[in-house]
Design a protein around this ligand. Structure first.
Ligand code: NAP
Length: 308
């Protein structure tokens, strides 16, 4: 039986792995479907302490993995479908490659991009609809694109896309950005970015081959409708916590599905800990996720000591 299984390999998961492995717990880390987590879909990270020149997101995650493996963390590239508590200090983690047993489990599965819920969006993903400018931006050179959202992600993606697109419409449902001042200013002062205030997207319009050609907009103040020609829409309207696989496990979540931490990082199920964006809808920063991952490893270590 494993001492600790860590599910997820974003900042929270790798930091938990670094601390658990340095405590000689030889953690087993399960990557999930997006090894490295959300930072692997970003470009330069400018606010992670210790990197005054900035560091590319994927490089930072690679370094965290290296650091965890150096101290004995083991990695399995598999997806988790459920976690079941069998008894005190006894969990079964159900994965695509079979069941695993552990004395403690740390959930660090992060959050996934939210979409608008428009009828044809599933078929459009990869055909002019995406939530990752870093992944897909370069496919849209010298054509107009749109970013939906008003937070840091939207501002950052819009700014990044100006490297490729002929024009970037930044579509926001209000008339001021939620993004931090520095990122908002950077986006709004870029001459390729045109803000489209008080607007929501009500329809994605495609050509006969199913590729995005236009979007229908609705003015949130006047109700007026209009259309914009764009080749791609980058959706940046927040995230949904990746906790659905815990349904039926007894882990309590809030009304938006974020895992509730009850005592330190411990969930409502003793011996099961949560860290990072899967349980944090407030801060959601790489560094806060990392700090929370550290706390989860320390909490798991204490739980194990209490159950020796
Ligand atoms: P966010 O801050 O929650 O912003 C989501 C944006 O989407 C808001 O402007 C919101 O509008 C809009 N929105 C939500 N639902 C919508 C809907 N159904 N239709 C239209 N618009 C909708 O999310 P985020 O930008 O992904 O940022 C998440 C966290 O990560 C934040 O803490 C942010 O600071 C951090 N982050 C940091 C960096 C960085 O520092 N480099 C980069 C990216 C993200 P309202 O404003 O009207 O609510």
């Amino acid at each position: 039986m494993e001492n600790v299984i860590i599910i997820g390999t974003g900042c929270a998961g790798w930091t938990a792995a670094i601390y658990a492995s340095r405590a000689n717990l030889e953690p087993l880390v399960l990557t999930g479907t997006q090894p490295g987590g959300q930072l692997t879909t970003t470009t330069e990270v400018e606010n992670f302490p210790g990197f005054p020149e900035g560091i590319m997101g994927p490089e930072l995650m690679g370094k965290m993995q290296q650091q965890a493996e150096k101290f004995g963390a083991r990695v399995e590239y598999t997806n988790v479908n459920g976690v079941e508590k069998k008894g005190e200090a006894h969990f079964v983690v159900k994965t695509d490659s079979g069941d695993l047993e552990a004395k403690t489990v740390i959930i660090a599965t992060g959050a996934s991009p939210r979409h608008l819920g428009l009828p044809n969006e599933q078929s459009l993903i990869g055909h002019g609809l995406t939530s990752c400018a870093t992944c897909d931006g370069a496919f849209y050179r010298d054509v107009p694109v749109a970013v939906i959202g008003g937070g840091d992600s939207a501002a950052e993606e819009a700014t990044f896309l100006t490297k490729f697109a002929s024009k970037v419409y930044l579509i926001h449902r209000r008339d001021e950005l939620r993004a931090s001042q520095i990122m908002a200013e950077r986006a709004l002062s870029n001459e390729k970015i045109e803000p489209v205030w008080n607007s929501t997207v009500s329809e994605y319009i495609t050509d006969d081959s199913g590729e995005m050609t236009k979007i229908k907009l609705q003015d949130t103040v006047t109700g007026e409708e209009s259309e914009l020609e764009v080749k791609c829409v980058f959706v940046a309207i927040g995230h949904i916590p990746n906790a659905g696989f815990l349904n039926g496990s007894g882990v309590e979540v809030d009304e938006n599905g974020y895992i509730l931490q009850k005592r330190g990082t411990e969930t409502s199920v003793s011996g099961l800990f949560a860290a990072g964006d899967v349980s944090d809808h407030v801060y959601r920063q790489a560094i806060t996720a990392a700090g929370n991952g550290c706390a989860a490893a320390l909490d798991a270590e204490r739980y194990l000591a209490d159950h020796e």
